[in-house]
Write a protein that binds this ligand. Sequence first.
Ligand SMILES: NCCCNCCCCCC(O)(O)C(F)(F)F
Ligand SMILES: [Zn+2]
Length: 343
Amino acid sequence: MLTIYSDDHHLHHGKYELIDGQLTPCFEKPSRADMVLARAQKVKLGEVAAPREFGLAPILRVHDEGFVHFLKDAWTEWQAMGRDYDMLPFTWPNRRLRQTIPDCIDGKFGYYSFDAGVPITAGTWQAVSSSVNVALTGQAELAKGARGVFSLCRPPGHHAAADYMGGYCYFNNAAIAAQAMLDQGASRVAILDVDYHHGNGTQDIFYDRADVLFTSIHGDPRFEYPFFLGYADEKGEGVGRGFNFNYPLAAGSDWSAWSLALAAACRQIAAYAPDALIVSLGVDTFKEDPISQFKLDSPDYLRMGEVIGALGLQTLFVMEGGYAVEEIGINAINVLQGFDSVT
Ligand SMILES: NCCCNCCCCCC(O)(O)C(F)(F)F
Ligand SMILES: [Zn+2]
């Protein structure tokens, strides 16, 4: 399988995030992507190609213009205030507060984010732009007829909605790739989000649409981040009703429970008969993941890839989460090798 990868992700390395009331070194760090790349090369998964440049147009097909320009100019504005350390948001327009965009950068940052898990640094813009180009280059390769392509994206994207970032995500790489497929003539695209956390951003972007089917298996939002989306009763709205399927699972879920949800999601995807499938590939479902509560083991990722491969769909894998850095490469690449093993 072809892998699309850029070293530009190293330009984004936030220092701290707030976990359990403590400022903690960021779990979303450069070594994550380095380990996945190393594993792909070690097992000779296939060629590794650099991304092509696609510019702002495909990003603006999904994200709000004000949001994009805030992110583009944020670091310059922050530096102009004499601040040379990471930007972090700290206040958000909750219920019954004005949804008016302030002039002050702290107010703008809060308007365009939903949590403090999105440090902005000098290199963040370049890194997130590159991550989008990695996803779009993968999509372009798939459009040429490849059965499967791996876009090794970093930073991840599935928590980012049209006009807010959060949870280590800035631009929604998978959503941007899905929209590009539709813009190039696809009628229907299915997204399968296997990350431990619900892809609230991806769901939100396509919630009122029938041309993208969103399915997600994740930690139950009653106890797990992102808490405020991801319930099973969220089925889509308007013409999008019936094109959103959430499979929240209890803490401690292992392959036996998880694979039943995968089978259910795959039944929906097969019935939808999409032109292509995008997998938001997070492997924080792993039993040793430091911030997650599922119990999948490394061999389970081979089986996950086989089940996805059995759908017989052209598939773009877009890297999302996974924080057990020693095993992230084995687990992510196992999915791709499992997929490739299905002829
Ligand atoms: N007590 C643990 C608090 C963790 N709070 C933030 C979790 C963010 C998860 C990000 C991700 O793994 O879903 C992505 F794929 F986007 F990277
Ligand atoms: Zn996650």
